[in-house]
Every structure is written in C-alpha cells, then in structure tokens.
Design a binder for this molecule. Structure first.
Ligand SMILES: Cc1cc2nc3c(=O)[nH]c(=O)nc-3n(C[C@H](O)[C@H](O)[C@H](O)COP(=O)(O)OP(=O)(O)OC[C@H]3O[C@@H](n4cnc5c(N)ncnc54)[C@H](O)[C@@H]3O)c2cc1C
Length: 403
C-alpha cells in the first residue's frame, strides 16, 4: 500500500528529528516524520540544553516555553575530596541565555512534538518502523512496517534521525569509526534534599567522581563513576552508597527514579550523507554524555540541515555542494565537542591520592588565580566556543546557498 510522496521524510522522532520537523515547518516544507515507538518514554537522558541550542529554539518561538518548564543552572561548584575548590558561573557569558537549562529529554521532546501541530504541512506518524529504502522513480522509496502491514512512502530527501543504531546509516552502508572508554557510570534521579538549589555540583576524589545536577520538580540527578565492585548491590542503593562515600551526602529516604548504568563510547560516521539521504544527530555521531553535549550537537546539525533543505527545495540551490558543506562543518563541530567531553571525563575519573591532589591543585589554581580565564571557561562549558554552533556561525552560508 502506498503512503504518499513527500519532499522530505524524517526517520525518527527523538529530539533531533522533531527539531528538524519544526524547522522544516517554519520554512513551509511539506514533510513526514516516521517514529517506530508509540510509548511515551519518561527517560530523562539529556537534561542540559546549552545557550546556542536555546538560540536555535528561540527562532522557532520555543525557548520561553522550555525555559519556563526547566531550571536555570547558573553555577557549577567544584569539590575535590569533599573540599570546595572553586566555581564556574555562567552569569557573565554573552547572549540572552547566561545559563544552562536543565530539563529532562522527555519534556523537550513533548514541547517539540506539540509544536508540530502549528504546521499543517508537517505530518507525524507513530508506530511506523522504517525497514529500509531503495531508489525509486521519484527519489527514494521507503518500506515501513505499520500496525496495518507494510506501507511504501516516496521521498525526494531522507533525513536519518534514527539514533545510534540507525537503520538509515546501516542501509546506506556508511562506515563508522568507534571506540569505547574504559570507565562506567551509574545514574539516578532522587528527590533533592541537598539545599543546593539550582547549582550543579561536581565532586572529584581519589575513589571516583560524582556529578550532581538539579532537575525541575524538586529532583536532582546523581551520576557516579562506578567500579566493578560497586555494582553488586541493589541499583539505587549503589548510587546512594557512592554519594555518601564520595560527597558525604545522605540520600536515604529520598524518592528515586530513572536508574541507569552506562559506559561511554564514541562513534563518528565517516560521511554524513550519500546522494539525497543525510544523517543527523546520534545516527551520525555519539560522544560521552559527560559534559552534556550530544543532543545539543544534534540540534545544531538539524538547524543546518533544515536550512540546506530550504535552500534546495525552496530556492533551487544545488544539493551536492550543500550536503558536502554539511558533512565537513558538522563533523568538525562534533570532533571539537567530543574531544572536550573526553578531556573532561579523563580529568574527572583519575583515581588515587596523588591524582586527586594534582587535580585539586590544577582546578583550584585555574579557578581562583586565573580569574580572567573563568568567563572563557564558562563559555567553553556552555558550548559557546564550539565551531559552527549555530547557523549564524557557518561562514558565508547565505552566499553558498544562493544559486
Ligand atoms: C545518560 C545520558 C545522558 C545524556 N545527557 C545529555 C545532556 O545532558 N545533553 C546532551 O546534549 N546530550 C545528552 N545525552 C545524549 C542525548 O541523549 C542524545 O544525543 C540524543 O538523544 C540524540 O537524539 P537523536 O534524536 O539524535 O536520537 P534518539 O534520541 O536516539 O532518537 C532516535 C529516534 O528514532 C527512532 N527510530 C530508530 N530507528 C527507527 C526506525 N527504523 N524507524 C522509525 N523510527 C526509528 C527511535 O525510536 C527514537 O525515537 C545523554 C545521553 C545519555 C545516555
């Protein structure tokens, strides 16, 4: 059965696919978003929305809504071996959003999905599992498994926003480079009994790190570096025990939710497109979640890719040079962000008394003596210094897209 023809089909309605759908909506481009799941996951996953992403969301009129549903994190306090050694304030950074917005990923998704209703030319279908595609008479033909059997859709352009295990990437046979990091983490959200307010706290120490971020609704996320011996007991009590040992904070009696364990890895697709099919977000790249940059990097991918579809479809620009630009610009942005995540994770996970003392000295010196570096450091953590972090930072983009 045929499902129709669309200029753009977006595979996957995670945060990145939904943002791309909204961007195409504002450009007046008819498109279809296909999502395999039906259940509304409440997984927090990404909680940090960075200032460059808020600027992208503001152009869609969505930043106010998100900011009012989230929490403004204006400061990160750093501890070594349970001693406070400094802080990074985001208040002095340039722009309209001098903070990192803490908001669970499911809420970001909900805002993006709800906003699609503004665009009658954007269709969103759930329970649609894209099985593959092949070249057809009009662009590509997508084979989709729906509850009513197999459907075929035609698309001039396909955007693979289908996450790390991307069917689109696999079907295109695009090669990836991958590596795993030799550390792992356990994470859970607890009701917040700390009195830390909206501050983030980073606890480093000889026995491993703990990161603590406020969440809306009186919750706080705890992400603890885990060693094999830590993972023997009940999952939430493991987080409780590590927080008690490394931060001296007792979480007993706090409501808990959202436990997960993860071992960070890195993945970069060697080419973000082939022909008229492009990858966007986690289908193209994955970095360590430590540092909170993965979804934000995907948002900047979506902004550029949306603009490229607009240039090709609405303004008859040539596709190939623009996809090639997308490939080089977005890969460069990913590499810089992923390197930062890697460095931060490396510094935070060194163990032992000597490593702890050296790290404490290094961070304290940096944060207290080199005051001038503080603002730059805040801009660095807020992703303001990532190259091409939004469309306005892609050099000569308007010239390149005019015919
Ligand atoms: C613990 C953790 C914490 C994180 N914290 C942060 C953070 O603070 N900040 C940050 O920027 N990033 C963070 N990240 C990373 C962030 O969660 C991801 O980068 C983000 O989810 C990527 O979004 P996406 O839309 O590209 O992919 P996904 O979220 O994976 O969405 C892909 C979508 O495609 C659908 N799909 C897949 N295959 C098909 C198919 N064949 N047919 C139809 N639909 C399909 C899936 O069901 C899914 O809905 C974190 C990640 C983790 C694990």
């Amino acid at each position: 059965m045929t499902g129709g023809h669309y200029p753009v089909v977006i595979v996957g309605a995670g945060p990145v696919g939904l943002l791309l759908g909204n961007i195409l909506g504002t450009y007046g481009i008819r498109c279809l978003i296909l999502e395999r799941k039906t259940n509304r996951s409440r997984a927090s996953m990404a909680i940090g929305v960075m200032p460059p992403s808020l600027e992208i969301l503001q152009k869609l009129g969505l930043a106010d809504n998100l900011v009012s549903s989230g929490l403004r994190v204006e400061r990160a306090i750093v501890h070594e071996n349970q001693r406070r050694i400094g802080e990074v304030s985001f208040r002095p950074i340039a722009g309209e959003f001098p903070f990192i917005l803490s908001i669970p990923q499911w809420r970001t998704i909900k805002v993006l999905r709800t906003n699609l209703q503004r665009f009658p030319h954007v269709s969103y279908l759930e329970c649609m599992d894209v099985q593959g595609f092949k070249p057809g008479p009009n662009g590509s033909e997508l084979k989709v498994l729906s509850p009513n059997g197999e459907l075929l859709f035609q698309a001039d352009y396909i955007a693979g926003c289908d996450g790390y295990r991307s069917t689109v990437r696999n079907q295109l046979g695009l090669a990836v480079n991958k590596k795993a990091y030799d550390c792992s983490f356990v994470m859970a959200d607890f009701s917040d009994n700390t009195g830390f307010g909206s501050d983030a706290h980073l606890f480093f120490g000889p026995h491993g790190s703990v990161e603590s971020f406020p969440l809306p609704g009186g919750l706080r996320r705890w992400i603890c570096q885990s060693l094999d011996c830590d993972l023997e007991g009940d999952r939430h009590s493991t987080v409780e025990m590590l927080v008690q040992q490394r931060c001296g904070i007792n979480l007993a009696g706090c409501r808990t939710s959202e436990y997960s364990a993860f071992s960070p890895h890195w993945m970069l697709c060697r080419n973000y497109y082939r022909g008229n099919i492009a990858l966007c977000g986690d289908s193209a790249h994955v970095m360590s979640p430590i540092g909170g940059q993965g979804m934000n990097t995907g948002f900047a991918d979506a902004e550029l890719l949306g603009f490229i579809y607009h240039s090709i479809i609405n303004q008859n620009a040539q596709a190939e040079p623009l996809f090639s630009l997308y490939n080089s610009v977005r890969k460069r942005a990913f590499r810089v962000a992923a390197k930062r995540a890697e460095r931060g994770m490396w510094l935070g996970t060194r163990q032992g008394d000597l490593a702890s003392q050296l790290r404490g000295w290094f961070i304290q010196t940096f944060l207290t003596r080199l005051r001038s570096a503080r603002k730059q450091l805040a801009a660095y953590f807020a992703m303001q210094t990532i190259p091409y972090n939004h469309l306005g930072n892609v050099p000569n983009i308007q010239d390149r897209t005019s015919r």
